[in-house]
Design a protein around this ligand. Structure first.
Ligand SMILES: [Zn+2]
Length: 258
């Protein structure tokens, strides 16, 4: 006879499967106790046959964490982008509030902050260029002034002679009194005149005084002539001679009165 290894029900020899649970039946000997050893042999085989269960579908175990990782990554990315967008909008809102600028205009502008920083750098470059130009101009100016000074210096050095002579400081010369000798009507005085010299002579009122000076091209009377004549007054009458040259000059003065 046959037996179901699952539920231990016995069946006729011509039945192949258990009528209760469909398990394939095995041969079963209804013999007495001695043959129990034989009975046990097929029992050992049962567990081998029982796992005739539908094969466990190989659910790909490694693919699961892979997809989880991907989706987590995507989620993180989405959250990040969302945060970024939110931040941009919040910043725009703050800047709009701060500047009071029109909303529509501001939204059309793409990232004004970047433009600003670029403009700032451009401005700085422009400023530096301006400063450089200015410095170049100053440099040129200084070079010109220096050249001028050099030229002036050369002029001063090249013309020392006319400047050096008039710097001589001659001392003032004392006034000379001219006296006529007894019975004489003319007297001559010789000497050196630095710049100018004065002469006095006593006369009566209404006499005529005539004088001449000889001192080359340098010495003249104060009226610019080498001769002079005038009617005297009572007491001292004065004569002045002038040296027109830059160096001292010898002279001879002749005075007559009648
Ligand atoms: Zn059964």
């Amino acid at each position: 006879m046959k037996q179901c290894p699952q539920c231990r029900q016995n069946f006729a020899d011509d039945i192949h499967f258990c009528l209760s649970d469909g398990t394939p039946l095995v041969w079963f000997d209804d013999a007495p106790e001695e043959i129990t050893v034989i009975k046990q042999i097929p029992k050992i085989q049962f567990p081998v046959q029982t796992p005739v269960q539908p094969p466990i579908q190989p659910i790909p175990p490694k693919s699961f964490p892979f997809f989880t990782c991907l989706s987590a990554l995507a989620a993180v990315l989405l959250i990040g982008i969302g945060g970024l967008l939110l931040g941009i909008f919040v910043l725009r809102g703050i800047s709009n509030r701060n500047t009071n600028s029109e909303l529509s205009n501001d939204f059309n502008k793409p990232f004004p902050k970047n433009d600003n920083s670029v403009n700032k750098i451009d401005d700085q470059i422009a400023n530096l260029k301006k400063q450089k130009d200015q410095i170049e101009k100053e440099k040129q100016k200084l070079a010109n002034e220096r050249q001028k000074l050099e030229e002036d210096k050369n002029k001063v050095i090249s013309t020392p002679t006319p400047l050096s002579t008039p710097t001589i400081n001659y001392p003032p010369q004392p006034t000379v009194r001219i006296k006529f000798g007894r019975g004489r009507v003319a007297e001559s005085v010789t000497g050196v005149v630095y710049k100018e010299r004065s002469f006095v002579l006593e006369a009566r009122n209404g006499q005529y005084l005539s004088a001449s000076v000889n001192g080359g091209n340098c010495v003249r009377f104060s009226n610019g002539s080498t001769t002079i004549g005038f009617v005297t007054s009572s007491g001292d009458n004065r004569l002045n001679i002038v040296n027109a040259c830059n160096s001292e000059a010898n002279f001879t003065l002749t005075v007559s009165i009648r």
